[in-house]
Structures are given as structure tokens and as C-alpha cells.
Design a protein. Structure first.
Length: 107
């Protein structure tokens, strides 16, 4: 997103045998709700705007995204009466790179 912070370069890594640039950006709950709307399945309508975390991602030499790992933690008061802190972790992997991709619109 245009309002995201500049990525931190973490160097080169290997993802499934291919070299990839490892980068990291800080996250907040509002940003996660925008790019990962399925987080609502885990936290419902809980206000996660104050939650903080990091997003690590790896980009291959051809510019394609290879992997994304992220975590987000924050106060869990709205999730449970006896909860102090909650967290969400996620990982997205790119398989079958170079194959045609078709994404159908939701019905």
C-alpha cells in the first residue's frame, strides 16, 4: 500500500532453492485488515488497529513474490474476558511459479 513504511532489506535468502531478496515492513491491524481480509474469521469485529507486528517477504530475481510471513499481536480484551494478549501469525507461499493464474471474482 502507498502509506506503508519503506521496507528493511534483510539480505539474500533461498526459497525452495531459488535466490530471493528478504525484506521486512512493520504492520498494524488496520493494514492487515486491508490486505488480509480473512483475518476477520479469527478476530471477528474486534478492533485491532492498535495491534503491531512485522511482515517478512521474499522476492525472486524475476520480481515475483515467493513467500510472505507475518505476525501481529495486541491487547485481547475484546476477544475474551480473561485474555491479556492475542496474536495472529500467517504464511503465504508461492507455488507453481510461471503457471497461468486465474482469479475469479467472488460470487
Amino acid at each position: 500500500p502507498p502509506d506503508a513504511n519503506a521496507p528493511e532489506d534483510r539480505g539474500l535468502s533461498f526459497i525452495d532453492g531459488a535466490r530471493a531478496r528478504h525484506c521486512r515492513i512493520p504492520l498494524d491491524g488496520a493494514l492487515v485488515r486491508r490486505f488480509l481480509p480473512s483475518v476477520a474469521l479469527l478476530v471477528g469485529g474486534t478492533d485491532i488497529t492498535r495491534w503491531r507486528g512485522d511482515l517478512d517477504y521474499w522476492v525472486f530475481g524475476d520480481g515475483q513474490l515467493g513467500q510472505v510471513d507475518g505476525s501481529l499481536t495486541g491487547p485481547a480484551m475484546d476477544l475474551g474476558d480473561d485474555a491479556l494478549q492475542a496474536g495472529v501469525r500467517f504464511r503465504l507461499l508461492a507455488f507453481d511459479r510461471g503457471e497461468p493464474v486465474t482469479v475469479e471474482a467472488p460470487r
